[in-house]
Write a protein that binds this ligand. Structure first.
Ligand SMILES: Nc1ncnc2c1ncn2[C@@H]1O[C@H](COP(=O)(O)OP(=O)(O)O)[C@@H](O)[C@H]1O
Ligand SMILES: N[C@@H](CC(=O)OP(=O)(O)O)C(=O)O
Length: 476
């Protein structure tokens, strides 16, 4: 039986290393096969295509959506083309392969450019409204990133003698969109994973609209559905590092500990902070199909990695991961009219949703609510303006913040909150707000944006390092 394995964008960007271990390495014959890979766009490509995932900086799509003339988005598309061709040049030193790769992606880029031009022309007549078509443009652009990386992966594998085949789920030039599940089931009909290495695009075109339903991080949704539809033995996500007790780039690879086991509840908390151990909706598909999920380091394929299951709970209460989110904006709304009325909260939440601002958390007292949001400064300013217009008596203040969080499948241990707060105070960091819900799976501290790195290090030093877990917390 086969596995279904997703490779994220950060790892795809180190493709040569992937060939040398995960994809081929020492494998020969049968050991090469019975694995279906689902690939994301190379790191940064989807940011250029749509908008930056964390900062909201506009890419081709955002420019197209906001301005109505070609000058606003065409240069961004050409910059993207240069980046994609540069990637091809890096991967394929041989001219023949490189031309083959270039021709494929250039044809798609040209098609997309012509569609967008025609649409803009069409919408200059009053009967056609751009707003009705924007989501389609977003889908079309997103699909380019994964088409690029999947095509190149197959080309490179074939060059090394592996029977690889691209499963192109982007729906390019397909007559009719199919429903998501049907699209995937049909694409794999007749596939023989035992004989060919299948490389599927992490983007899947479908009637529901993948971006519309799940938005960024969508490749994990495709991955989970492929695992469910093809009856995978196990689903594996390959990342740049092992899922660790904190970001190795911040705390140091020597100090962090690999997580051996955890549960979907912890994965949800991580995903809320933008550290997508697994997209919450993808987790649901796998849970329902009864497929276990493993997160592995793409560059250490022999290591068992992290097993995520529904029922796991740490043997003794402890903090497992220190995670966090930079670039959080606190939108503080103070209005004495608010006292005893939840209408304000409902309406402001609706407004933030309409603006597609992600609310990481919120807190309130008698007459104020603060929403901790992530999104571009421009959108945050717009939200503040709209709130002021709706509630003229309200005072709206913006705070540039970060959230740091200690997470564990069981944190019910006396004094742990006190130790968390003391660790930050000891590092000279001022805590601006603090949240712990009654379920006790996470403790969040809100700090100034400039204190993020120091706060993560201080919490790791105080809550994880003294436990002396060795190499792995709860080996699977
Ligand atoms: N607890 C953590 N464990 C492992 N990596 C982490 C953690 N927190 C943050 N990271 C960061 O996540 C980055 C890559 O994330 P990953 O999900 O692999 O990206 P992608 O989905 O693009 O492959 C790494 O560069 C690492 O610095
Ligand atoms: N490339 C897409 C889809 C995705 O899931 O990417 P990654 O696996 O690198 O998070 C995005 O950035 O949204």
């Amino acid at each position: 039986m086969h596995t279904v394995e997703k490779i994220g964008g950060t790892s795809m960007s180190r493709f040569d290393e992937l060939l040398d271990n995960l994809l081929i390495g020492e494998r020969q014959g049968e050991r090469l096969y019975n694995r279906i890979f689902v690939v994301s766009a190379y790191a940064g490509m989807t940011n250029l295509l749509l908008e930056h995932k964390k900062t909201g900086e506009p890419g081709v799509y955002q420019r197209f959506a906001e301005a109505r003339n070609e000058g606003a988005w065409l240069p961004a598309l050409e910059t993207l083309r240069e980046r994609m061709l540069a990637k091809n040049a890096e991967l394929f030193p041989q001219i023949f392969q490189r031309q083959f790769a270039d021709r494929f992606i250039e044809a798609r880029l040209d098609d997309a450019r012509e569609c967008m031009r025609s649409l803009q022309r069409l919408c200059s007549y009053g009967h056609f409204q751009m707003a009705e078509h924007l989501m389609k443009v977003r889908e079309m652009l997103a699909s380019l990133g994964e088409a690029h990386s999947a095509f190149n992966a197959v080309l490179a594998l074939k060059q090394r003698g592996v029977a690889a085949r691209m499963i192109d789920l982007t729906g390019w030039q397909q007559d009719q969109p199919l429903a998501f599940e049907e699209m995937i089931t049909r694409a794999f009909e007749g596939a023989e994973p035992g004989r060919e290495l299948l490389i599927a695009t992490g983007y899947a075109h479908c009637r529901e609209g993948l971006m519309n339903t799940f938005d960024r991080g969508y490749s994990e949704i495709t991955f989970a559905q492929i695992a469910a539809s093809t009856g995978a033995r196990e689903a594996i996500i390959h990342k740049e590092f092992h899922l660790s007790s904190a970001d190795p780039l911040l705390v140091g690879s020597d100090a962090v500990v690999t997580i051996g086991r955890t549960n979907y509840d912890v994965a949800d908390q991580l995903s809320n902070l933008g550290m997508e151990a697994i997209h919450p909706r993808a987790a649901r598909t796998l849970r329902r199909a009864g497929i276990e999920l493993r997160i592995k380091n793409a560059f250490e394929p022999e290591h068992a990695g992290t097993l995520i299951s529904q029922d796991y709970c740490s043997a003794t209460p402890c903090v497992e991961i220190i995670a966090g989110r930079r670039d959080v904006w606190g939108i503080e709304v103070f209005d004495q009219e608010m006292l005893g009325d939840i209408g304000h909260d409902m309406e402001i939440s609706r407004l933030l949703k309409q603006l597609r601002l992600y609310v990481v958390n919120k807190d309130s007292d008698a007459n104020s609510i603060t929403y901790y949001c992530s999104g571009s400064r421009k959108l945050i300013d717009r939200a503040a303006r709209l709130i002021e217009e709706r509630y003229p008596a309200a005072e709206v203040r913006l705070h540039n913040l970060a959230i740091v969080s200690a997470i564990g499948s069981d944190l019910k241990v006396k004094g742990i909150l006190a130790r968390t707060v003391a660790a930050l105070a000891g590092a000279g960091i001022s805590i601006q707000a603090i949240h712990q819900s009654i379920r006790q799976v996470e403790m969040q501290c809100v700090v100034g944006a400039e204190d993020y790195d120091a706060a993560i290090r201080a919490l790791h030093r105080a809550l994880i390092e003294p436990e002396n877990h060795g190499d792995v917390i709860a080996a699977a």
